[in-house]
Design a protein around this ligand. Structure first.
Ligand SMILES: Cc1ncc(C[n+]2csc(CCOP(=O)(O)OP(=O)(O)O)c2C)c(N)n1
Length: 362
């Protein structure tokens, strides 16, 4: 696929597989063995299982706030699978499928949402940055990491994720501008799930699509069906290879957040069943399931047989970290920089002085 030939102004969206799992664009079908396809399917099912277990634990009061990924697994797993092991990934907070592909262990993911700082200690070798809740601020980090890779001649690509809401943030535009000027090896990946909490995509921008933002910065922009894992993989693979040699690419993956924004949100306040229902037929997991069943590599029995072991795996992972939240406040200051910045040191000193004061008050 020639990534720089796509014209986002024409408002087309790249698809490989339709809603019934039929391949409609065979020339774009990514090269994958059957084993790899089953691995992608398994990872999407694992993501879905983590979501449902975490929601249930949160409702039982055993988990803090949780952000659901339901319906976005195709965009997450497909894009993550396009990366080489040494490529960097810089997520927002709704990238579960990509985290699994990158190798962030299930127990660590659950530990993060459980509220323990230790969940974010994923080790340097994964080349995965911790969750970033401040919207799009991490786009600046992604541009910086890619510039560093380029200056060191390492040929690694840095992919950064945000939602449609994140594209309204100044950091998003600054990072894209910087990356295009310095031709950094970045892929900027927007999961357009149609909402930023209750604010619909139509209130973020008057542009026809988000991919066309790339044109103003001077980089290729591609619009892809985010619920079609083959299309997402094909587009992201091509974008990653383009970025490795030439400079940044912007991808908009068109998807839908089927669940609530987080466990503190009630989406019935701002959307109805008739908004959500049409997206059920576009479900990325069902779509891949249909394809694999037609191909004869997956049966109804296989599909059901996965449910219990996955639930057990996720629940066991959770039990291994439940009650592990003994983070000391000092650890929060110590982790993010190799050497603590003067500002952080000031804050830590203030905190320790406060503790001393509190002790002497007793
Ligand atoms: C800088 C900043 N402003 C506001 C918020 C509060 N906030 C948390 S999530 C969110 C919406 C994000 O929407 P989007 O980027 O579309 O991602 P999605 O949640 O849909 O995955 C907002 C406004 C924040 N975390 N950071």
């Amino acid at each position: 696929m020639q990534i720089d030939k796509f014209n986002p102004l024409e408002d087309e969206m790249i698809q490989v597989m339709d809603e019934k799992g039929e391949i409609i664009n065979p020339e774009l079908m990514p090269e994958l063995t059957e084993e790899e396809m089953l691995h992608l399917y398994h990872t999407m099912r694992k993501a879905r299982t983590i979501d449902s277990v975490a929601l249930s634990l949160q409702r039982q009061g055993r988990m803090l706030t949780y952000a659901s990924n339901l319906g976005q697994e195709g965009a997450q797993v497909g894009s993550g699978y396009a990366l080489k092991e040494t490529d960097w990934a810089v997520p927002a907070f709704r990238e579960l499928g990509m985290w699994l592909i990158k190798g962030w262990p299930v127990e660590k993911i659950l530990q993060y949402w459980y509220g323990s700082e230790w969940g974010s200690h994923m080790g340097k070798e994964l080349r995965l940055l911790p969750i970033s809740v401040p919207i799009s601020s991490h786009f600046q980090h992604a541009a910086g990491i890619a510039l560093a890779s380029k200056l060191r001649g390492e040929k690694d690509v840095t992919i950064a994720y945000t939602g449609d809401g994140g594209t309204s943030q100044g950091d998003f535009h600054e990072a894209l501008n910087f990356a295009a000027v310095f031709k950094t090896p970045n892929v900027f990946f927007i999961q357009n799930n149609q909402f930023a909490i209750s604010v619909p995509r139509s209130k973020q921008t008057a542009s026809k699509n988000l991919a066309m933002k790339a044109i103003a910065y001077g980089m290729p922009g591609i619009h892809v069906d985010g619920n079609d894992i083959f299309a997402v993989l094909a587009v992201t693979r091509a974008a990653v290879e383009y970025a490795r040699e030439n400079g940044p690419v912007l991808i908009e993956a068109h998807t839908y957040r089927m669940g609530a924004h987080t466990t503190s949100d009630d989406p019935t306040k701002y959307r109805t069943d008739s908004d959500v229902n049409p997206w059920k037929a576009k479900d990325p997991v069902l779509r891949l399931e249909n394809y694999l069943m037609k191909k004869g590599v997956l049966t109804e029995e296989d599909i059901h047989a996965l449910t219990e072991p996955l639930e057990k795996e996720v629940m066991d992972a959770y039990k291994s970290i439940e009650f592990s939240s003994d983070t000391k406040v000092e650890e929060i200051f110590a982790y993010h920089y190799e050497e603590m910045t003067p500002q952080l040191q000031d804050q830590l000193d203030e905190y320790q002085a406060f503790l001393k004061g509190a002790e002497s008050d007793v």
